[in-house]
Design a protein around this ligand. Structure first.
Ligand code: 1HE
Length: 262
């Protein structure tokens, strides 16, 4: 795919119609996230062609990601450490509040910064081999990629405390029950499921995807009165759009799919 800027060799991109597949491609280091990879993620999302409507984030090898590249951390002092964490915040925010929804396909270790990255994406598919941990606790450090902001919202503060204090891991089934993943699939089936979901997401009205990515999480964090206000404004913007009118007319004229359960 023609990406305007060059990506590091730890990231590979393929195109399937309106979906781009971004693959962490450093399996020899278990997709540990070094600076080049994190900045490459930023470049990828900053230069996404307009024709890409959804992204699948996947990983090569037996593990999704071993988290922060610890060989780079050991040379950082306090001030550089703050800057390092702030770069991760910037990049992961760019993913979470970017232009297109991102579906992550997880397998093997999804740990530390790897879990923080997955948590910054919108839909997570777990293969049964996936497991989750926050080894920062055992390494004498703390999460730095937005984990303390995003993970308590997914699984609660006390579960995150347990992960960090005791070095506990959650398996794929536990992660599914807790909300770390939205879909649980057999080993090897993750990419197909991720692509199926991303292709479906890519057919939504861009206004709906915008509202879900940008308005919904902010409304959920607001007081009720502000939330209702923002919801009515967002609803009015979405329904006033030609795309919404076209889709509703198509349903009324029996040209659109019904909501059925397969
Ligand atoms: C690494 C890293 C890494 C592997 N940084 N090099 N994350 C952790 O504490 C997790 C550390 N990693 C592991 O526990 C294991 O590597 C795995 C369970 C993920 C995989 O085990 P395994 O047996 O398949 O692989 P391995 O033999 O441990 O690792 C293969 C190579 O990858 C090896 O290098 P080699 O040159 O000896 O072949 C490892 O050193 C290297 N490697 N993980 C650097 N993480 C923004 S703040 C976020 C804070 C965090 O993310 S802290 C959590 C760090």
């Amino acid at each position: 795919m023609a990406q305007r800027q060059k990506l590091p060799k730890s990231l590979k991109v393929e195109r399937r119609g309106a979906v781009a597949i971004l693959t962490l491609a450093r399996p020899e280091k278990r997709n540990a996230l070094n600076d080049a990879t994190v900045l490459g993620l930023e470049t990828f999302f900053a230069t996404l062609p307009a024709s890409v409507k959804a992204v699948v984030l996947a990983a090569q090898g037996t593990h999704f990601s071993a988290g922060l590249d610890l060989s780079e951390l050991k040379i950082l002092g306090t001030e550089d450490g703050i800057e390092h964490s702030r770069v991760w915040h910037r990049v992961f925010d760019r993913i979470e509040f970017g232009r297109v929804p991102v579906v992550t396909v997880m397998h093997g270790a999804v740990v530390g910064g790897g879990l923080e990255l997955a948590a910054a994406t919108h839909i997570r598919v777990a293969e049964r081999s996936a497991y989750y941990a926050l080894p920062e606790g055992s390494r004498g450090i703390f999460v730095g990629g937005g984990g303390s902001v995003r993970l308590p919202r997914l699984i609660g503060v006390t579960r995150m405390m347990d992960l960090m204090l005791t070095g506990r891991t959650y398996g794929a089934e536990e992660g599914q029950a807790l909300g770390l993943s939205h879909y649980l699939v057999e080993p090897g089936d993750g990419l197909a499921k991720g692509l199926e979901l991303a292709k479906r997401i890519a057919t939504n009205s861009p206004t709906t995807n915008f509202a879900v990515m940008h308005a919904l999480p902010r409304i959920a964090e607001q007081d009720r009165a502000s939330g209702y206000l923002m919801e009515s404004m967002m609803a009015a913007i979405a329904q006033g759009n030609d795309e919404a009118k076209k889709r509703i007319t198509a349903f009324l004229e029996k040209r659109a799919a019904k909501v059925t359960r397969k």
